[in-house]
Structures are given as C-alpha cells and as structure tokens.
Design a protein around this ligand. Structure first.
Ligand code: SF4
Length: 355
C-alpha cells in the first residue's frame, strides 16, 4: 500500500493498514466497519428513546413520519425510510408520546428539529398536536421543521397550514423555522416563491440546506442558487458534503472542490447570499466544519490527487468518540467526470491547491 502514497505519515500508515482505504471513508480509529451496519451515521448510538436523535447537548431531532415525497440516495436515514408515502410511515401514538415526554423531561433541550423524512407529508391535523405538545414545554425555544415540500409539493404550504404554523410563534419566547432542501436554480419555481412568501408572512424564517453533490457542483451553479434563494427570502444555511455511504459514490465531490467553490465562486457574492457553512456530517461525530482547518488534518495524498483526512471529534458531552479517517474522492477522477458532461477541466485547475 505504501507505493500508492506520495506522502504518508507514520500515524496515517498505521491507520491505513487497519482501514481498507480502497473504500472511501471508514472509521479506522476504533476498528469499526461501517459497512457492517446500514446505520451509516450511527444514529442509533445517539437515540435515547425511539423517534429521538440527540447529537448535540441542546438540540434533538424528532422523527414522527418516516417517509418523504421523494427518496434521495444521500438522505441521512435512508436505511430506515419507508416506501414513498407508505401509510405505515406515521409513528404510533404511544411511541410519539414517549418521545415528547423525553423532551419534556430534559430541560437542556432548547431546540427541536422535526424531520425524519419529511414531516410535511403529515396532515395539519396530525402535525398540530405535536406542535401543541412542544409549545407546552417551557425549555423548547425553537422548533424547526425540515422539509423539501417547497420543491416537491409547494401547494402543501397552504394558507391554513402557514397560519397554523405561525400561531405557534411567540416573539421572544418561541421561534418557528422551516429548513428546506433546494439543490438547483431550476427548483426556484413561481409556485415555490408563492409558498415561501405565505410562510414568511407569518414571521417564520426559511433556510436552505444544499447537498453539494456531483450534479450541482459545476462552476457557479451553487452561486446562482444562493442569489435566487436570497431573492425569495430563503437564507442559505448549510452546504453538505454528501456522506461516504456506498450508495452515494456517484454523487460525491472532493472536499477540495467545496473549498474551491467557497473561495472562487461564493466569495464573489454579496455577504447576505453566502451565509451557508460547508459541513461534512461524519458517522458518530456530527458536523465537521470544512472551513475550520483545525477540525481535520490532511495526513496523506494519493497520486490521483485523493487526500487522506483525519477528522477530529469535538467534545459534545454526549459520547466519547475517536477520530475518523478516510480517503476522499480522487481529484483526477472528479475532473474526468466533469469533462464527460462537457465541462472544461482547465477551468477547475485551482482545485489541486485545496486541502
Ligand atoms: S428530500 Fe430530504 S428528507 Fe426526503 S429523502 Fe431527500 S434528503 Fe431525505
């Protein structure tokens, strides 16, 4: 294996022997093999009770509805998604009450993200009692709903739904937010603009999470999306690195391209358009900020340009974790794929300088 690396530290060599680096990403430090489990992100490790995931001290995820109008290969909990709009996707009442009781019993939880898959697949009558229960918990100051319906089904954001959501907002006491997932400028449709406007008129902030996958990674596509989001009144929030699961291989983009996009494209935008933070959600570790160089070390580089990174855990008072080591997407392969869809690789030449 040593022949494959131009530069590899002694520590990285030890890790490389224990992790099969021909496969992208693996949790080498603990000798765990993520391929042995479908739960790639180790959500079950941070689930104190059914339907709840807690990765950070003050925030938890509540998952009352286990499907979505579309199914993405790179979705975090894709291993447990039910069929599209499966009638059994709704959590049973007892489970849901136990999850809400857990939140009520934990005053350190200040923010609840209702997601799962897409909670707006539920009717207003099903969502309302969940929001009422959360509104009755004094320590929950922010409720977020994660949804892609502004793109998949914008007419779901009806005037009645918007005002129901707005009725739970109490300035200074409880904030309600919608976090959506728009991938491309083509998704900013007139229906979406109207739907988002209905929500914003209720004083509800709308934020976007972009999954920076191969198909939206061409020069200035992300920049154009951010400009349009700003005009609609959606704040760019996160830009996610697609996770290293096997089923996402065709979607993955080297970290170097994300760094290049920030420096050479996003940086040219007005400040209010580039408010998103690029992050890599790592198994068991949670979000690693790509621009925070202290959060990872580049410990090797392969002749095809793929970097070997070691991502460091940071103390979250939840679980003790080791670091995460893996080999990134080869830059050469990425540039060849871009050429295959008509891009000129010379326009991306600076990518080799990013780590
Ligand atoms: S739209 Fe979002 S919630 Fe639905 S499958 Fe895709 S990533 Fe998952």
């Amino acid at each position: 294996m040593g022949n494959h690396f131009n530069r590899l530290t002694g520590r990285a060599a030890a890790i490389a022997r224990s992790a099969d680096l021909d496969h992208l990403w693996g949790e080498a430090e603990r000798g765990n093999d993520h391929r042995a489990t479908l739960d790639f992100m180790r959500e079950t490790d941070t689930s104190p009770v059914d339907l709840v995931t807690r990765r950070y001290p003050a925030i938890c995820i509540l998952k009352p509805f286990n499907t979505c109008p579309q199914i993405c290969a790179y979705c975090q909990p894709n291993w447990e998604i039910d069929q599209v709009m499966d009638p059994c996707a709704l959590a049973d009442t007892q489970q849901l009450n136990q999850a809400l009781d857990w939140i009520a019993d934990h005053p350190s939880i200040q923010e609840v993200l209702i997601t799962g898959e897409d909670p707006l697949g539920m009717t207003d009558d099903l969502l309302r009692p969940i929001l009422q229960r959360l509104a009755a918990i004094p320590h929950v100051g922010v409720v977020r709903l994660g949804t892609r319906v502004p793109a998949t089904l914008p007419m779901r954001l009806t005037p009645a739904f918007s005002s129901m959501l707005g009725s739970f907002r109490v300035p200074g006491r409880r904030e309600i937010c919608l976090v959506t997932h728009l991938q491309h400028p083509y998704e900013i449709t007139p229906d979406l603009v109207d739907a988002v406007e209905r929500i914003r008129r209720q004083g509800i902030g709308v934020y976007n999470q972009l999954v920076f996958n191969f198909y939206v990674s061409r020069r200035f596509e992300g920049a154009r999306l951010r400009l349009l989001l700003r005009r609609v009144g959606i704040d760019p929030y996160y830009t996610f690195v697609p996770k290293g699961k096997e089923e996402t291989v065709a979607y993955r983009v080297p970290l170097a391209r994300i760094l290049q996009e920030r420096r050479e494209e996003a940086r040219l935008l007005p400040g209010l358009c580039r408010t998103d933070e690029p992050v890599f959600n790592l198994p068991a570790l949670g979000k690693n900020h790509i621009r925070a160089i202290q959060d990872r070390d580049s410990i090797g580089i392969h002749s095809d340009g793929s970097r070997i990174y070691e991502f460091h855990p940071w103390e979250k008072n939840i679980l003790d974790r080791g670091s995460y080591v893996g080999r990134d997407v080869p830059l050469l392969e990425y540039l060849q794929r871009l050429a295959g869809i008509g891009e000129d690789p010379s326009e991306y030449a600076g990518i080799w300088y990013y780590y």
